[in-house]
Design a protein around this ligand. Structure first.
Ligand SMILES: [Fe+2]
Length: 384
């Protein structure tokens, strides 16, 4: 049974089995600017609940079929935003108070009511409902904005990742123009270095830093003159001095690129040796960053297991024996130990994968983007 309606006023649902009470409450609330909807039984009220979407519900306690507290519980489940008031005679007051204390009911209106108190209670309930809805709206807004921010961040990260990859490809390609043997060596050692760092229990972002450091270790050779870099015979001492500047040149180059700067120390120290016999600074032991110590081991692995102009590739077991033999002198013993803990097939798989990409990209030499995509795909596969 619907008493009256107003489009903009707050809707109040009233349930009471006494028609006179229903009419009296309705009159008071309507004159106070509310939009009352009146029902003589809980069933009728429940049937119209979703359509009515009340802001406030006032229910009698004692009704045939269902008491007011049970009705208000059901209403809470279906329209959680509605603030619930129990209207009760003095004899039911104790039960009603328990319902208030347990949070089932917002306030009690006693019968007979005092009109000012009744309106004050309904006003408070309507205000509570408004605040609740406003809160929900702001929460929803926040969640939407957070989701948008997350989305934007993901897109930015993806863009940065693409650009980083493109820059790395460009740098390696630039070095490759000068010294054609470097490219696949750099790619292999970068993936070996990541694998070895994983075996040492390292995580991101260190893994990526080590990978970048290994990939770009010889990038400073761009700054070494052709007649030194490409000289077929042995270098004289002046030429050797120039060649030994490549770690510092590479370090200086990486200083200019924010996201490559963490890898610059690896580049600077990639020719240092655990026993202090390396260059440019003759650093010893843990004075050398762990990324450079890792690089040193995988560089030896790759040098020994790759074909050279003056000799054929050696089997993996020989490289393994050399890394074992030089643990504690050339190599950090902890890094050597981690290297030995990785199955030979893992190293072999990385080498074969890079070789496959090298062969395919030679076929695709006319279309460089295909080449980059191939390598990115391989790279992604190895990371997973
Ligand atoms: Fe080098």
């Amino acid at each position: 049974m619907v008493c009256c309606a107003s489009v903009t006023a707050d809707r109040v649902l009233i349930v009471d089995d006494d028609d006179l009470i229903l009419k009296a409450l309705s009159r008071i609330l309507e004159s106070a600017g509310y939009d009352p909807r009146c029902y003589l039984s809980p069933d009728q009220a429940l049937a119209a609940l979703e359509t009515d979407q009340p802001v406030v519900v006032i229910s009698d306690y004692m009704m045939p079929g269902m008491d007011g507290i049970t009705l208000l519980k059901q209403i809470r489940e279906r329209v959680p935003g509605a603030v619930r008031i129990l209207c009760t005679a003095a004899e039911d007051f104790r039960v009603a108070l328990q319902a208030v204390n347990s949070g089932e009911v917002f306030r009690i209106i006693s019968k007979p009511w005092h009109q000012q108190e009744l309106l004050a209670t309904v006003n408070q309930a309507a205000e509570a409902s408004r605040l609740r809805r406003e809160n929900e709206r702001l929460n929803g807004e926040n969640q939407r904005q957070n989701a948008q921010l997350r989305e934007i961040n993901l897109r930015l990260e993806e863009m940065v990742r693409h650009r980083t990859q493109a820059l790395l490809e460009g740098l390696i390609a630039a070095l490759d123009y000068r010294d054609a043997e470097t490219q696949w060596h750099s790619r292999r050692v970068s993936l070996y270095a990541r694998r070895l760092a994983q075996a040492m229990g390292m995580h991101e972002p260190e893994l990526t830093t080590i990978e970048h450091g290994a990939l770009l270790h010889d990038i400073g050779k761009i700054g070494v003159r052709d007649r030194v870099l490409l000289k077929p015979g042995p270098l004289d001492s002046e030429e050797w001095t120039e060649m030994k500047r490549h770690p510092e040149l590479g370090w200086a180059l990486l200083q200019r690129v924010d996201y490559l700067r963490p890898a610059s120390t690896i580049v600077l120290q990639h020719q240092e040796k655990w026993d202090g016999t390396g260059y440019p600074s003759g650093l010893k032991g843990e004075e050398i960053v762990v990324g450079a110590r890792i690089f040193h081991v995988v560089d030896t692995l790759d040098a020994m297991t790759s074909d050279r102009p003056y000799r054929k590739a050696k089997p993996f077991t020989e490289a393994r024996a050399e890394i074992t033999r030089c643990a504690g002198t050339q190599f950090d013993p902890r890094v050597s130990e981690a290297f030995l803990s990785v199955a030979a097939e893992d190293w072999e798989r990385i080498r074969l994968d890079v070789e496959t990409v090298a062969v395919l990209s030679a076929d695709l030499a006319e279309s460089p983007p295909g080449h980059d995509e191939l390598f990115s795909a391989l790279h992604g596969a190895l990371r997973n």
